[in-house]
Write a protein that binds this ligand. Sequence first.
Ligand code: 6LW
Length: 491
Amino acid sequence: MTTPVIPGMHPDPSVCRVGEDYYLVCSSFEYFPGIPVFHSRDLVNWTQIGNALDRTSQLLLTAETPSSAGIYAPTLRHHDGRFHLIVTSVSRGGGNMVFTATDPAGAWSDPVLLPDVHGIDPDLAWDDEGNCWCTMAGVHQYRVDLASGEVLRESQRLWSGSDRAKAPEAPHLYHIGEHWYLLIAEGGTERGHAVSIARGPAPDGPFEPCPANPVLTHRSTYEPVQNTGHADLVQGPDGSWWMVLLGVRPGGGTPGWHVLGRETFLAPVSWVDGWPVVGPLTVTPPWPLQPGPVEPHRDDFDDSELRPNWVSVRDRAEEHCTTKERSGWLTLHARGPGLDDPDVVFAGRRQQHLSCRARTLLDPSAGSGGLAVRFDEEHHYEIEVASGTVRVFARIGPLRTVVASRPAPDGPVVLGVQVDEAKELKDARSGPDTISLGVEEPDGTFTVLAALDGRYLSTEVAGGFTGRVIGVYAATGTVHFDWFDYEPLGD
Ligand code: 6LW
């Protein structure tokens, strides 16, 4: 199976190259901090170097921002010595906004709002005269002044994509050779997803579609990676062309369930008659790979900040979530009833592997909390310690139930979650994986309290644009976590 270059919920990748360095950003929805920023030298090995939106002056997500709303579809470009990041905030008081930075690891500026730019999936491109073109899903385009956020030329329709295909979106505009190319996704971000392209003489067209559209789709195929689309083009270190794109890895029987959200993949691009020919997906380009630092399995919470791959739900106020209160521990102070609540105090990381294990050591002496696999408020499994009892809860849509319970060991407790991808299908209805939740005994053995079907924590059941996040939360009072392990099992 082709593996993602950035596994787990990392959709809508946008990439830019500056010299030998590549930077890539993804959508982040209801999670805070927002817009993960990655660095690479080879397009295959990516290291997260920060999050662009890590202050509430840049990103204000409240309980009124539903899950799968929030921050959508960034474009990252380098122009005039600065990185420019444009995103759509799909929440009240949101809209399109631009941030700039000289170092993509941060700090990023506060936003310049573009109140008259409507729609989602904004792209930025500059022509030789210095005009800035902002192209949106639809596909329509404005000319804008990024310093003031003003529209300089009203929206014009550029292209509606292929006949009968829905959702022309994710535009990116490039000046390559004698042509301006307009790359889009179409067909919707589900199984029909595709990448198409058109070209024209100027940034505002007119655009002529590629006769071979779509230039990439996996719809109606046996390809293990499905829903391929929402792409961006970049040149490799050797000058060859490449595409980053999103795709999913559905598992189980029919209709197939994908649980990690939409992930970032890589594909080679060659040019024939001035049109791109894309694929197949690969992780072996023809230049030497330069792996970055290996991510340790354990977070010890010894630093004053969480590592950049940690996300919280909607915000991460220090008064609720901090490593500074009890040295070497992550402390969470509850403020709502738990994971059903949009205000849950939660800190976790994306599930990035089809099979994996997560464990944490929790001190429940001043409150209750636990370890959870979260999809959204209505879809999560968790193991929680409260008042001397360990319970496994399952929330699936409107139903919430205690699946198992037993007395908790005295003192701090090790809680664990193991996800096992289904390798063999029992029948056409088999789910994609099993999620086992349990507790470590004082002698170190692990007791599974419940083994649950993973399909209920999948996009096909929960809906929306996100994937699983595994992390810790507080339900009442104060809970402390000494460490958190995340370990891939198999590929
Ligand atoms: C995004 C749209 C899409 O804005 O999903 O796959 C939406 N493409 O382009 C949210 O990620």
